[in-house]
Structures are given as C-alpha cells and as structure tokens.
Design a protein around this ligand. Structure first.
Ligand SMILES: [Zn+2]
Length: 301
C-alpha cells in the first residue's frame, strides 16, 4: 500500500512575515489520516483553516487562506515543501496571520520537515490522476494539466526586462528533485515594485536576505543560487498553490506567466472538473512492485 504520511514529531521555528514584517513562531505537528494539512491560529483560540482551494482568500503577491475570522497568508512555500516531502497530514500552528518567509525559498522548510522525520500511517494515500486536459487562461497567462504517469511541471516566464526575457524549465517532481532543484529557489521582485509594495503596506519584512531584488542592470543580491532561479521559484509557487487540491497530483502541469491568482483559480477549476480526473490509490510506477495495476476508487466528490 502507498500509505499516507505525517510528521514523526513536532518541530518549531521562528521568522518574520514577508508582508507584515511581524515576528512569527511556526510549529509543524503530526496529524491523523485524512486530516489533510490544516493551519491553526494559536492567537485566535486555535481556529483552523484547512489548506483547501475552497478557503482561498487574498492572492495579490502571496497566497492567503480564510475561514470565518481567521486568515493565514503566504502559505505557498511551506505547502510546496510539505507536499513534496510526501506529507499528507499535518497541523501548522502560527501565532500571527503570516507564515514566516525564512530565506524566501522552501529550503528551510525542507530542513525542518527532515528534522521532524516522516511517519507512515495505516491508511492508503489517494492521488488525483488526470484523465483529460484541464485548462485555464487569463489574457496571456495560462495553465493546464495533462495526463501523465508522473507529477511533472513545465513553467515558462517572460518579462520586459533584459535579465528575464524568457526562462523555461520542465521537471519531474520527486522528493529528491524538489529538495535539490526547486526548494532553494528564492522569491523575486523588481526594485521598481518595492516602493509601490511598501506604500501598500506589503513587503514590510522584505530584504535581500529573503528575496532576490532585480534592478535595472542586474540583481542586487550577491549571487543567484541557480542561473534560472526565477523560473524554478515559479515551479515552487505552482506546486504550493496546487497543493490546495488536497491530494497529490499524477499529471503534467504546464504554465506560462502564471501567478498566485491563476494558480489558485486553477486549483478550484481542477476540483470542479471532477470528470477530468479520478482518485487512485497507487501513485507513480516506481512506488509499486513491477506489474502492479493502478486500482481505482470512486471519486470522493
Ligand atoms: Zn513564491
């Protein structure tokens, strides 16, 4: 059986919120089978918000979730790290509304999850296996999900900037490929945006320690972690945003010039188009003995 997983033990870290600039303590805790990933606001008496597309709230420069009077902001890098580490069930406790930005990448969260360890649960994991294409476009931004035997992401970006005219990458996502090739890629912004963001009360915690800042002629940071760190970060973002479908995806995501608004709208679109996929209990071929057939189960919705 391809089992659901959670964390072996609880683990905490501290950081600041990118947009709020406020200090935050984050704790990751084990959760039982079928709990999914749930955010819990300890400063609001433990109000919980499931990491689910139906709770998407603000999505201007980061992805936020809302339920009743509780919100949680900038969830995407942590969600990408959790799902790519194979964590299906976890409680994420926060004492403010924003997940800490850490170094602007998912690498510190991968480290935290590895420190906590992974525990297999006595329940089968259910994947969302794509049967026919699902697409969504808004102007020149587009995203699609195609049938594939594995979870793969192709992303392309283009900006009107000499450093960033065009970058594209395709990667089959596994625990290892995510940790090595995608997790360290940091968030980025243009210097000319920074002032506008701050005037709107955003990016108050932003600095060269947690974002790549792109000036007119080059990046203000000392070095990039990858030559194409920007498109790798977009892959990180889309994995985190599509975690809101609530199950690991078996399919090929292809996105061009997307952002959090498009990604999260697409997560809802995937769930709406329930005839375009099927829930299955066996994952990628290598997770199964040779010759094992994929067993289908009725879709839950
Ligand atoms: Zn990001």
């Amino acid at each position: 059986m391809d089992a659901q997983r959670t964390l072996r033990r609880s683990i905490s870290c501290a950081g600041i919120g990118l947009h709020s600039g406020r200090k935050v303590t984050l704790s990751l805790k084990p959760a039982p089978p079928d709990a999914g990933i749930r955010f819990r606001r300890t400063d609001l008496g433990g109000l919980e918000i499931p990491a689910s597309a139906e709770h998407v709230g603000g999505i201007q420069y980061a992805t936020g979730l809302t339920r009743e009077r509780a919100t949680v902001e900038t969830v995407e890098h942590l969600l990408a790290a959790l799902v790519s580490s194979g964590v299906d069930n976890a409680i994420v406790e926060l004492n403010t509304p924003e997940v800490p930005i850490m170094d602007g990448s998912a690498a510190p969260f991968i480290y935290l999850i590895q420190e906590a360890g992974i525990k297999r649960l006595a329940a089968p994991r259910r994947y969302l296996k794509v049967l026919r294409p699902i697409t969504l476009s808004r102007g020149d931004k587009r995203i699609a999900l195609y049938p594939s035997d594995h979870f793969k992401v192709t992303y392309s970006i283009s900006f009107d900037h000499p450093l960033l005219r065009h970058q594209a990458r395709t990667l089959r996502i596994s625990e290892d490929s995510f940790a090595e090739e995608i997790a360290p890629a940091r968030t980025f912004c243009f210097l000319k945006e920074v002032e506008m963001l701050r005037q709107n009360g955003l990016a108050l915690g932003g600095s060269l320690d947690n974002a790549i800042v792109i000036g007119e002629t080059g990046v203000l940071n000392s070095a990039l972690r990858f030559e194409d760190e920007f498109v790798r970060h977009k892959i990180l973002d889309v994995i985190g945003d599509l975690a809101l479908v609530g199950r690991p995806i078996i399919g090929h995501v292809v996105a061009h010039r997307g952002g959090h608004a498009l990604h999260t709208a697409f997560a809802s679109r995937i769930l709406e188009e329930a005839d375009a996929w099927r829930e299955v209990e066996a994952g990628a071929a290598e997770a199964q003995p040779v010759g094992a057939a994929i067993r289908t189960v009725p879709a839950a919705n």
